[in-house]
Design a protein around this ligand. Sequence first.
Ligand SMILES: Nc1nc2c(ncn2[C@@H]2O[C@H](COP(=O)(O)OP(=O)(O)OP(=O)(O)O)[C@@H](O)[C@H]2O)c(=O)[nH]1
Length: 349
Amino acid sequence: MLTSIKKHLKSNGNLKHARVIALFSLVGMAITGAMGILSLWGNSSTLTIILFIASAIYLSAFFLSKKFSLKVSGTIIIYSLYLLMFYLVFSGGVAQTGPLWVFIVAPVSVYVLGLRQGLINLAVFLSVVSIIMFLPQHVIEHASYTPEFKLRLILSFLTMTFLSALYEYSRMQSYKNVVALSSKYQQLAMSDPLTKLANRRNASAVLQQEKSRVNRNNEPLSVLLCDLDHFKAVNDKYGHNAGDMVLMELSQIFTDHVRQQDCVARWGGEEFLFILPQTSAEQANIIAEKIRASVQQHSIIFHKHQIKITISIGIAQLSEDQSIDELINHADKNLYQAKTLGRNRVHPG
Ligand SMILES: Nc1nc2c(ncn2[C@@H]2O[C@H](COP(=O)(O)OP(=O)(O)OP(=O)(O)O)[C@@H](O)[C@H]2O)c(=O)[nH]1
C-alpha cells in the first residue's frame, strides 16, 4: 500500500517533469526560431543557420518527450543548449550579447538532470565557457570581452547556479516530506492505533488481494477468526487500561506465531482475523492450536495483578466460488461453535 503511494507520487512527478520538458522544448524552439528570423537581417549567416538548427532540435525534443523517454528528450535539450551557448560565447552573437543567454543554463540543468548531475554539468559548462573566453586571440579567433565583463559573467553565473541548486534542493526536500507524510497517514488509516495490527479495512483489502491470487494460482487460503474469552470480565475486574494491555500483549503473541506473508488484523473490539495464504484448513488448525496454547500459558501482569485469558478460534478455508463474506461467515460459525462447546478451543474448518 505504501509503495503504491510512492508509485503514485512518482508517476505524478514524472508527468509534471514530462510537461515541463515539453514546455522547455517548445519555448526553446520558439526563442531560437525567432532569433534565427531576426538574424536573417544581420550579417552572420552562420548564426542564422545554427539558430534554425537549434530550433529544429528543440522541436524534435518536444516530439520525443511525447513519444519516447524523458531521458532522451532531456539529454537532447541540455546538450544542444550547451552547444548553442558555447557558440554564442565564442561568436559573441548579435552585438556581443550572446553570453547573456548562458544564465538559462543553470536552472534548466538542475531541473532536467537533478541536483548532483546538474551541478557536475554546470561545473564542466562554466569551465568550457571560461576557456573559450580566456583563450588568447592568437590561438583561436573568438569574440573578445573585457576582463571586467568576463569576471562579472562568471560571478553572476555562479550566483545563478547557487540559486538554482537551492531551489532544486528545497523542491526535492518538499517532495520527500510529502512522500513521508502520505506514507504516515496511509499507515494510520490502515492500522489499528492500539495494537498496531492491520485494521478491518486493511484486512478486507488483503483478503480481496489473496482471493485473486487463489483464483490465479489455485493455492489454499485459510482464515482464523479469534475471539477473547470473557474479555468483558477482565475490563470489569481490572479496568479498561488492563483490557487494553491484554489486547496489546496478545497481539504480540499473534504476530510472533505467524509467517511474514500472513496478516493478523484487529477485526473488531476483541476479535482478530488471521489471513493465512498457501495454508489449508488442516495446517491452519495446527497454527491455531499453537496460538491458543501460547495464550493460555501467558500471564499479563497489570499493576501487580496477574491476568490470565483464553481465546476461542474458528477456522475456514476458502473454497471455489466462495465470496470473502461467505468465508468470514463460515469462520464466524466455527468460532461460535468453539464458544458454545466451552471456549478456549479451536473449531476446525
Ligand atoms: N479494554 C478494551 N476493551 C474492549 C475494547 N474493544 C472491545 N472491548 C471490550 O470487549 C468486551 C467484549 O465483551 P463481550 O462481547 O460480552 O464478550 P466476552 O466478555 O469476551 O465474552 P465471550 O466473547 O462470549 O467469551 C466488551 O466489554 C468491550 O467493551 C478495547 O479496545 N479495549
